[in-house]
Design a protein around this ligand. Structure first.
Ligand code: UTP
Length: 313
């Protein structure tokens, strides 16, 4: 198939089809300082803040598992060791619970450690999301991989990561999740400049990226499609990130690497099915907590009744 409109020509299947591989690995960057959430994040990782009954990063790990990912690489940093502890086995706690006859709880604790293979690597300084992905290079190796931001939650039965994997495995090109945001809020997001490239089975959800713009003012925004925090990328992204010059604060932006990828190989934007919650700032976290509490099987009905009882002005 060849898509040839405007500036870039995307050619496949010849080169890419041979390279097309199963997406087995995922990188979860979780080394940021979480400054928007101070003071909560002074001594604990933002990714470990609890939404309803589990840390944010557990939702993200569960999305990976539901998407068929076999090996997760979490990029941590100083002060983030509680993430490793959370996904480790807890023999003492398990034995304590079993001795008390609390077998369900013992099984719950055990299942967190048994979910999936997880490796950890450290980003010594928080030099940006692109840099965090780059430090996972050796652990990923020469194969495609998913990236999931540790503080963006996308609940639901059809994992956004799986939707992107389907696009990658069908086309051999990387894909990033996008969603519509109100036009007046484009300055809060990475925004794609993309044109429809509908094709079965993805239909109008699939767009070809021409460019990506970081936080444009509404009047300069090329669209209202915001980058959501889920990506499936070919291994060549590492080379492009390595070529990327650090911007302000010495940070390497993932967006800069994606721009080169879009130009060199082609890159899809995919309007995924689902809703995301950016739990990385205080208001987003509160919204995520309310929404997920309402969806929670055990707590949802009681919480809804409580919300209804509130007399809000
Ligand atoms: P954010 O920008 O939301 O995280 O990055 P942050 O930098 O921790 O937050 P603020 O802006 O200071 O409040 C999205 C994800 O990328 C990771 C973060 O941990 C978060 O999960 N990240 C960001 C890194 O791993 N390394 C970095 O250098 C930057």
């Amino acid at each position: 198939m060849t898509i040839d409109n405007s500036s870039t020509t995307i050619k496949f299947p010849e080169q890419t089809r041979q390279r097309r591989q199963k997406v087995r690995k995922a990188v979860l960057p979780a080394a940021g300082l979480g400054t928007r959430f101070l003071p909560a994040t002074k001594a604990q990782p933002k990714e470990m803040l609890t939404v309803v009954d589990k840390p944010q990063i557990q939702y993200v790990v569960e999305e990976c598992v539901a998407a068929g990912i076999e090996h997760i690489i979490i990029v941590t940093g100083r002060g983030k060791s509680s993430i490793e502890d959370h996904f480790d086995a807890s023999p003492l706690l398990e034995k304590f619970l079993e001795d008390k006859g609390k077998t369900d709880q013992a099984e719950l604790v055990r299942s967190i450690g048994d979910m999936v293979q997880i490796s950890y690597t450290r980003q010594k300084e928080p030099l940006g999301l692109g840099h965090a992905v780059l430090v996972a290079r050796d652990l990923v190796g020469d194969e495609p991989f998913a990236v999931l931001l540790g503080d963006v939650l996308i609940p639901g039965k059809n994992p956004a990561t799986k939707q992107l994997i389907d696009v990658y495995e069908a086309t051999g090109l990387g894909a990033i999740a996008v969603e519509e945001v109100p036009k007046h809020k484009t300055h809060l997001y990475g925004i794609v400049n993309a044109e429809p490239a509908p094709q079965p089975p993805f239909g109008a959800r699939l767009l070809r990226i021409k460019d990506l713009v970081e936080k444009p003012k509404p009047e300069n925004a090329p669209s209202n499609l915001a980058i959501t925090g889920r990506y499936v990328l070919p291994p060549e992204i590492f080379e492009y990130l390595a070529q990327t010059k650090p911007g302000s604060g010495g940070e390497i932006q993932l967006t800069d690497g994606l721009r080169i990828l879009a130009q060199q190989q082609g890159l899809w934007a995919y309007i995924y099915e689902g809703v995301s919650y950016d739990a990385g700032d205080k208001l987003g976290f509160l919204i995520a907590t309310v929404e997920l509490a309402l969806q929670n099987e055990e707590l949802g009905a009681g919480f809804k009744a409580y919300l209804k009882s509130l007399k809000l002005n």
